[in-house]
Design a protein around this ligand. Structure first.
Ligand SMILES: [Cu+2]
Length: 732
């Protein structure tokens, strides 16, 4: 579903664009949570029966067959000129969300059914499939975690798993806080940590350090999935943006925002986040439901959207401020179109409608594809597809250089106009055909060997029998697409040299240019024919752990033989595997779990420099700042004696007895002297400064044994010899 949807059935189509533009500037919470009443109005046409729904895909094709055929006739040409489209194939799900997997298969998922999602009361699962392009077969991978991930954001984790944020909670189209991960090796789903906020229509962006940025979908405060799976909020980066914002990591490492609205921005996702907004407007167009694609290092193509504009622009974010330049417009105005980077770095526009209709207009579908060439800045109209692909349709580059175009439907307006495209078509671009008009497929260069992992900035070898004829080498990030937004795709050209039977290419310079994760490696020959891709992984630059000693305190002193308790704080972007404690270069011991501590016992006289060294799961380590401690000789006890009264002294009845004491400490200081009677059992008082004295007022009659006790700065105590005195009675 979509924000403008409730307010714009076909009957109010003329207001649709203005309403969308208006709504986009309202707070996102309003956008993401239309009222149930709005939807009841929008879905005034009764939900269809399962049978009727099954018939819808055919009805859509029948209703648009003439238009599709006319579009095909309008673009004559040989396959090497305009490419070819396959016949549509029925699919078990609508390709609302699709992601290419590292095994070359495609994950696709939609919702709980073919009707508008808000017509279903229960949202406890999601229909999902893995499609294998090699065999054209499907494997059911329904999401059975108890949640509907319809209208989630999706992008690839470092290992090629697909991370999903948010989804659809109920018939009121509330978001969900849940995150999910699809494992392509086991075809299984698992839950990740919950986000702080419910999200519906969020964008997920793989960042330079392997973290996943989650923006919008309702709340204005972005969140980041950290590499250890926990989620932090970017509390200082609250910003109201349109739903499904367009974000790509830029050469400066920030996430660059290129639309769909026209204020260009950049988000520093470190810590709690910070936005920068640029004054330069992009183009005066709100490109709601247009396409964007980072087709070269720091260069983004935007095309279509809004009121089905033909306009396209290029944004160069390599400099300190973004530079926007014109490029040729498309031949067809489009909204709800997809923009897909191909194996050679060109960009393919597919689908959409030309009337500016918010979600779908069966009378104004755009069937012809168009190819944008970054070298010339021009578009070429290509073959027309057979099914109109509008709201909830997607397009995805496959590892063999073809393009999957799928989906469309599942919304109130879709039901009203009887639009459903529960099928898929495959586009074979012109570059795969012999340049002789014959329609035969061209021989392709083959990548027979390449490393599974290519480290940033490093040269690596690509073995190919066609080395001498290779003209281009590039990486294309695996796509993850929904709602006209590919959250992952980017094309990175690679420098290379030709050898005999092999090329030496240089991996992208850094993680800003190629955020870590899965990529397709393509080589393209001098005729422009691409190889089948070899999957390669660009590893994350692993951050070293942080560590500091929390104990002992700097300069702490101990007495021999000492027990020095060592303790450290250690953190890492992934995990800390151990903390070792050192005296100089000598390892004392280690701790593998927090709180990290070690008791260093039997420490003799001396001065020591102690450190802690933390090591993370990838073997990177950091050593703390040193702390110096001193171990002194054993503490000498203080001296203590009573200097007056003298032993045997006699006092009168009710006398005040002044007790004077002497105390000293040879290796420190006396902190207090306490005065006792009853041979030390009853404390009279104390004095903390010399000369030490105490006046025992109106001492009771009788014989008293007095003592004093001195305490030194190390806590050692000495009790004096007793002094016996007598205090007379009233009658002597
Ligand atoms: Cu939607």
């Amino acid at each position: 579903m979509q924000l403008g949807d409730p307010a714009m059935g076909a009957r109010r189509a003329s207001l649709a664009i203005a309403a969308t533009l208006l709504v986009l500037s309202a707070p996102a919470a309003t956008l993401a949570h239309p009222t149930v009443e709005d939807h009841k109005q929008d879905d005034a046409s009764a939900p269809k029966t399962p049978q009727e729904e099954r018939a819808l895909t055919r009805r859509t094709q029948a209703a648009t067959a003439d238009d599709a055929q006319a579009a095909a006739l309008a673009v004559p040409g040989a396959p090497d000129d305009i490419g070819t489209w396959s016949e549509p194939d029925d699919w078990p799900v609508v390709g609302v969300h699709v992601a290419l997997l590292p095994n070359g298969k495609v994950l696709a998922y939609d919702s709980v059914g073919d009707n508008a999602t808000e017509t279903y009361p229960v949202h406890d699962h999601t229909r999902a499939t893995v499609w294998d392009p090699a065999t054209n077969t499907h494997t059911d991978v329904r999401v059975n975690t108890g949640y509907n991930v319809f209208c989630s954001g999706l992008a690839h984790l470092l290992d090629g798993s697909v991370f999903l944020a948010g989804g659809n909670k109920d018939s009121s189209l509330h978001g969900i806080v849940q995150t999910h991960v699809f494992n392509p090796t086991s075809n299984t789903w698992s839950r990740g940590e919950n986000m702080a906020d419910e999200r519906w229509y969020p964008t997920v962006t793989g960042l330079r350090n392997g973290e996943m940025l989650i923006t919008e979908g309702g709340p204005d405060i972005p969140e980041v999935r950290q590499r250890n799976g926990t989620i932090r909020r970017l509390s200082t980066a609250s910003r109201n943006l349109p739903l499904y914002p367009w974000l790509d990591v830029a050469p400066d490492g920030r996430a660059f925002y290129s639309g769909p609205d026209q204020t260009l921005r950049a988000l520093n996702p470190d810590g709690t986040g910070a936005w920068q907004s640029y004054v330069v407007p992009r183009d005066g167009i709100n490109r709601d439901y247009g396409g964007h694609a980072m087709y070269d290092v720091g260069k983004i193509l935007v095309a279509g959207g809004g009121g089905s504009v033909k306009d396209a622009r290029v944004i160069d974010v390599n400099g300190a401020t973004p530079a926007v330049s014109a490029t040729a417009p498309m031949a067809y105005g489009r909204r709800q179109n997809n923009l897909t980077l191909l194996a050679d770095g060109t960009a393919l526009a597919t689908g959409g409608n030309s009337s500016g209709a918010s979600l779908v207009d069966l009378n104004n579908g755009v069937y012809a594809a168009e190819l944008w060439n970054p070298a010339t800045g021009t578009w070429k109209t290509l073959a027309a597809q057979k099914v109109t692909r509008q709201y909830h349709s997607t397009a995805l580059l496959l590892p063999d250089g073809r393009v999957l175009s799928s989906g469309g439907g599942i919304c109130g307006t879709c039901d009203q106009v009887e639009y459903l495209a529960k099928n898929a078509e495959i586009f074979t671009p012109p570059y795969l055909y012999n340049k002789d008009g014959s329609g035969s497929l061209a021989p392709r260069p083959a990548v027979t060997g390449a490393p599974a992992t290519v480290a940033h900035g490093s040269p690596f070898e690509i073995t190919t029998p066609e080395a001498a004829s290779i003209a281009k080498v590039g990486l294309v990030r695996l796509g993850a697409v929904t709602h006209s937004v590919d959250m992952d795709q980017r094309y990175i050209p690679l420098a290379f040299t030709r050898g005999s039977g092999a090329l030496t290419a240089t991996a992208p310079a850094n993680e800003n240019i190629a955020p870590p994760g899965p990529y397709m490696l393509f080589v393209v020959n001098a005729d422009g024919v691409p190889s089948v891709a070899k999957m390669v992984s660009v590893p994350a630059v692993n951050a070293a752990p942080a560590v500091n000693l929390t104990q002992p305190a700097a300069g702490a002193a101990f007495f021999a033989p000492a027990t020095v308790n060592l303790a450290a704080n250690a953190t890492d972007d992934v995990s800390v595997s151990k903390v070792e404690f050192f005296n100089g270069a000598t390892k004392l011991g280690e701790d593998t779990s927090a709180p990290y501590a070690y008791a260093w016992t039997g420490v003799g006289l001396g001065t020591y420099s102690v450190t802690a060294r933390a090591t993370d799961g990838a073997g990177r380590s950091t050593t703390s700042a040193p702390v110096t401690v001193t171990v002194r000789p054993p503490n000498g006890a203080p001296t203590a004696s009573i200097t007056s009264p003298a032993n045997g002294a006699v006092f009168g009845w009710r006398a005040n007895v002044t007790i004077n004491a002497s105390a000293s400490d040879g290796d420190g200081s006396v902190t207090k002297v306490e005065f006792f009677r009853n041979d030390g059992a009853t404390k009279l008082g104390e004095d903390t400064t010399a000369p030490y004295s105490y006046i025992w007022r109106t001492a009771p009659s009788g014989t008293h044994s007095l003592r004093v006790r001195a305490t030194d700065n190390s806590g050692a105590v000495t009790t004096s010899a007793p002094v016996s005195i007598r205090v007379r009675g009233l009658f002597g």
